[in-house]
Write a protein that binds this ligand. Structure first.
Ligand code: CMC
Length: 428
């Protein structure tokens, strides 16, 4: 491997160091490019730009590999719980039993949200989208815990903010669901583990605990683990860049939630089910919709297909497809949209348009079908993605702070008007 890359501008040559990551990823370090040459790079959508050096998640989109802190996603999905994965992502190593118990206990102690927060829930119109509520409520946590505004907390203070956020998000998410139904909120209970507590607050009744089927607890753990981190995607980059201005953790995560909302990112899981419903209601002619997706003059895309980095298969999709089949079978659910999904997958995977562009079903193609089988309404799907992604966002924010990264501030190439003289309003 060469140790430098040379850029030649006219007669002048400039050498830039080549950096290699632990998984042999290579980069040209152009951090001094503008100082040395006066030039910047142009990379709209950051398709070729490494924004940071990170030790959290590795993925190789060409061969479909995803690892958190070096552990393959397949092993974590099969053998661990969401809370173990959260600890791993945030603190770098798998917890011992004692550390895990301590983590769970700390979280259990903080699952209550301030009663004043209920006034926010009351203020939202009943039809407001859960993601808008989630983003606002998470940002508002900074008002209830003003100590989080200190940009230089001690590690203990920072840990407390992390614990509070992890703990309260599950309560907030389940209360958003309850509000959408107009049902009373169910309070958290310390006797349950993280996922069971969340499911009890979501599907429980005020008068009695529902018995949460272990199949559902397992499925929920897998779904949350698969979504827990995904290196420098749109929402994670947002969290890091917002945090780079020394903004507090709650506001940074709230910004990440907003970035996740879009249908090209986390919002795809809602969009997939809406698309499948639309195809079903239109008579179920899958070929017609595949042709629409291929037509360059038609803005329709197959939701749940394609990925910015996975150009072979999405390893999360493989795991989730199996989980999807298992859970539908175990719960005895026969969902007509699943038949449409299967046909769509079959047609698209053999169509040259999708094959040549390396467009495969992604994690969101199947997650919506499982969430639906578990009883969640479509508008809640992206909120569940956010619940899963939270540890990843926290880990990335923490790493950015610990690396003392500078404020994120890209350059641009200005292509607008130059040197115009002001003309008064009557003379324009
Ligand atoms: N349906 C039809 N055509 C598509 C699709 C699709 N889902 N995705 C990409 N293409 C075509 C696109 O039109 C383009 O064709 P051409 O080369 O002829 O112009 C080519 O494939 C490359 O697409 P791109 O937009 O340049 O690719 P990108 O890397 O910028 O976009 C993507 C990636 C995920 C935004 C895109 O594939 C997409 O919009 N997919 C549907 C939305 C979706 O499922 N998003 C969830 C992603 S997974 C969850 C997450 O981690 O966020």
């Amino acid at each position: 491997m060469p140790s430098t890359a040379t850029i030649q501008l006219g007669d002048q040559k400039f050498d830039f160091a080549i950096i290699e990551g632990t998984e042999n990823e290579k980069a040209i370090d152009i951090s001094k490019l503008r100082d040395l040459t006066g030039y910047v790079t142009l990379d709209t959508g950051y398709k070729n730009t490494g924004a940071t050096k990170s030790a959290i998640t590795f993925l190789d989109g060409e061969i479909g590999v995803l690892k958190y802190r070096g552990y393959p996603i397949e092993q974590l999905a099969e053998k661990s719980t969401f809370l173990e994965v959260a600890f791993l992502l945030i603190y770098g190593n798998l917890p011992t039993q004692q550390q895990l118990n301590g983590f769970q206990n700390q979280i259990s102690k903080h699952t209550l949200v301030d009663e004043d927060m209920k006034k926010f829930f009351d203020g939202f119109p009943s039809k407001s989208h859960p993601m808008g509520q989630l983003s606002s409520l998470v940002c508002s946590l900074s008002s209830f815990y003003p100590e989080s505004l200190n940009p230089r907390p001690t590690p203990q203070e920072f840990d407390q903010t992390i614990i509070k956020l992890l703990a309260k998000l599950s309560t907030i998410v389940s209360w958003i669901y309850k509000k959408s139904l107009g049902h009373p909120y169910i309070y958290p209970q310390n006797k349950f583990d993280y996922v069971t507590n969340f499911l009890n607050m979501t599907f429980g009744q005020r008068t009695e605990d529902v018995v949460i089927d272990p199949i559902i607890v397992d499925a929920m753990n897998v779904l949350l683990i698969l979504h827990a981190d995904h290196e420098q995607n749109c929402s994670t980059s947002t969290v890091r860049i917002v945090g780079s201005s020394d903004c507090n953790l709650y506001a940074s995560i709230s910004a990440g939630i907003s970035a996740l909302w879009g249908p090209l990112h986390g919002g795809a899981n809602q969009a997939v089910i809406e698309m499948l419903e639309q195809i079903k209601n239109d008579g179920g002619d899958v070929d017609k919709w595949v042709n629409k997706a291929k037509d360059p003059s038609d803005s329709f895309r197959l939701m749940g297909f394609g990925h910015r980095v996975y150009k072979n298969f999405d390893p999360r999709a493989k795991i989730i497809k199996k989980a999807c089949d298992d859970i539908l079978e175990k719960l005895g659910i026969n969902d007509p949209v699943l038949d449409i999904a299967k046909k769509l997958e079959e047609v698209a995977l053999s169509d040259p348009y999708f094959v040549t562009r390396k467009l495969y079903p992604n994690v969101d193609f199947y997650s919506g079908i499982i969430y639906r089988a578990l009883g969640f309404p479509t508008e809640m799907f992206t909120v569940l993605f956010a619940l899963g992604r939270l540890p990843g966002w926290i880990a990335q924010w923490k790493e950015m702070r610990e690396n003392k990264e500078p404020i994120g501030r890209p350059r641009q190439i200005y292509v607008g008007e130059v040197d115009r003289d002001f003309v008064e309003i009557g003379k324009r």
